[in-house]
Write a protein that binds this ligand. Sequence first.
Ligand SMILES: N[C@@H](CCSC[C@H]1O[C@@H](n2cnc3c(=O)[nH]cnc32)[C@H](O)[C@@H]1O)C(=O)O
Ligand SMILES: [Zn+2]
Length: 428
Amino acid sequence: MSTLCVSGGRVLLPDHDVVRADVLVDRDEGTILAVDEDLDGDETLDADGCLVLPGLVNAHTHAAMTLLRGIADDKPLDAWLQEDIWPVEAALTSEDVRAGTELAAVEMIRSGTTAFADMYFEVDAVVDAVERAGLRARVGHGVVTVGKDDDAAREDASESIRAAERFDGAADGRVSTAFMPHSLTTVDPDVLREYTAEAREAGVPVHFHANETTDEVDPILDEHDERPLAWAREQGLLEPEDFLAHGVHTDASEHDLLAETGAGVVHCPASNMKLASGMAPVQDMREAGVTVALGTDGAASNNDLDVFDEMRDAAMLGKLAADDASAVPADAVVEMATQGGADVLSIDSGRIEAGANADLAVLDLDAAHLTPQHDLVSHLAYAATGSDVRHTVCDGQVLMRDRELTTLDAASVRERASEHAQALVDRA
Ligand SMILES: N[C@@H](CCSC[C@H]1O[C@@H](n2cnc3c(=O)[nH]cnc32)[C@H](O)[C@@H]1O)C(=O)O
Ligand SMILES: [Zn+2]
């Protein structure tokens, strides 16, 4: 067995106590062996003056949209997608997706994110990028049937099932998959129902956008006279491992349904604010027992992939939404970015404990904005930023050591992404 010892730091435990301890990792198995004082490993990662926390989980993104960062801002969802984003995405090639996903991987590793959920296309290129980067991901092909005839709609949905079957377990098990219908209003209901049944047969969960704007809720209310998530349940969605992005416009009956079924919600506060989609009732969801995770959504509606920003945004927006400064406290957003995200992705990460996946971020506390240190959970939620991360470990492998990436060449990834982004805009 070959071991790695993250030594000399303070460690964020699952109950959010912070203790001085070393973390010993089995590099072959990619798991945590022990959390204790005075441990030794074959290799050491210095965490002196640092906080060791679980690698953060970005539970909803479209990674390759890094190429579209800054292309169209300051518009509502519908117009933004239809006028700006979808026309450019129609010109995306597999090589673009590879370049954009690698750029996303650099950004995520640098900001301490070790696992993410990705809904996009050219899934083979996404999986290649995840494999090379050393990250963990649940990936899938997003299905949109708006404007397509029945054959093309079914082909798109079949592609999503095929990709989910083909790549589940790839990259030594770091990649898992899902069937990914884009949303309840952008996929034809028959296609949604039939291919969700196929996903069940294939044994993969379903990930989709839901209740993001009132424009998505109202048509379902009008047509079916029921809430979108009740309707979704009737179509076969909301099994325990399923997870939806947003859930901004949800009511108490939908929170109960989510809690009952065990399906998760990925809250994307920055995207919701930027597109003025609304304020998700996160405090109500948590009180109802819903599993809530955090996501950045794509870089074009955020405009970065830093989950530290998302924690702060979630805490701030949660208070505004509840009109209560005690709502969505620091502790809650840290939980959402770690254990909540791991639960939603159905991975055994998000906690520093023997037996769990060795997915870690080591945060350098030697900074003016992290001084003094009364409460490190407060700092994670409100004061820290992705660039404070010094080392990143995923599956027992060091992906960043002293702010130097080990798996990807950050400079050439950035250069390639810039070239692909420019060529894409010229073409589209
Ligand atoms: N096969 C589909 C691709 C769908 S991928 C998922 C889609 O979600 C889009 N997207 C990004 N952010 C959001 C959001 O906040 N809400 C809804 N869709 C989004 C993204 O641009 C991408 O087109 C097609 O041929 O168009
Ligand atoms: Zn999205």
